[in-house]
Design a protein around this ligand. Sequence first.
Ligand SMILES: Cc1ncc(COP(=O)(O)O)c(C=O)c1O
Length: 379
Amino acid sequence: MVLGNAKMLESQGRKIIHLEIGEPDFVTPANIREAAIRALMEGETHYTPTPGMLELRKAIAEKTMQDFGVEVRFEDVSVTLGSKEAVFAALAAIVEEGDEVLYPNPGYPAYESGIRFFGGKPVPVRLREEEEFRMIPDRVNELVSNKTKAIIINSPENPTGSVLSKDDVKGIVEIAKDIGAYVISDEIYRYIIYDGLKHYSPIQFDENLENTVVIDGFSKYYAMTGWRLGYIITPKHLTEAVQLVLNLITACPSSFVQIGGIEALKNGMDAVREMVRQYSIRREVVIEEVSKIEDVHMVRPKGAFYAFINVSKITQKAGIDSFKLASILLEKYGVAVLHGTAMGSFGEGYIRISYANSVENIREGLRIIDKAFKELKKG
Ligand SMILES: Cc1ncc(COP(=O)(O)O)c(C=O)c1O
């Protein structure tokens, strides 16, 4: 919606600085684009099996082994149209009427609406600034019940940039195992991580792969949002249900897109490292500029490319909520940001900015925000 409004203002000739968009500003690395073009020219224009090409599923299983030291059967890897379809398929296969599903709030909005869509009860786990927005096992423990069917985790997290520690992930897996629930782990920002931190997946703590569903995708770290390519790794007993859902809704992802995915997995890491280096420079710029703005603060983001800025003093002084604040920033000042409540009810008092943007735009956008806040406080 913010993007739509921003585009409308642009069509009327206004200059807008886009700090709201949740996607890389980089174009997909050339070798990946070339692989897909080659595939098209060689006639890769047909359906593939529903869960994807064998070579791609095997490459995903191999990468999982390399990164996590965990052996997954390629049969349990299903390729999807972006990780969004993987979230949908996971919830479709798992959630039944009345099931409770825990999810991070603030968090990616498809979790809450997806749980509701399948008749489940969304149970928000409030991510707290004083806990660095991590979903810590103690908080999860307070909220589970005998109706809990699944716990969704997302690390690095959208919108807060929080990263779960090894103990967090391990603790959540233990809770899930105790109550016979699934952990659905959305890992689509997993390589975009800073300060020497390491990403942990619940798959590393679930010995017989019974409780963990891993969701991942090519959109963010390979800069492939428009390709629509992701995947899901399921425990053996869930695979058939997930693949039935995928078969019903999309049959399979585009064949030449999947070939681009194989190239990304085999020869994409240098480009990923370079993009993460660029995000890291931009993150420093955000931290520096936000520290200069009076009456706002934020937790240093540790992963992804978002900063979740606490603007509650500004909204209080101006007598408005974060939605109104974001509207004013866009309409009066030409800077598009996301109001915190776009990411769940516990996002009130925050705005999210994306630093998948040039250093110049980030600086200019944040300086305009500084000016806007000064004016808003004066009334
Ligand atoms: C946490 C999270 N999960 C999933 C997605 C969906 O990404 P895609 O469907 O492009 O893989 C997004 C996109 O913003 C996201 O932030």
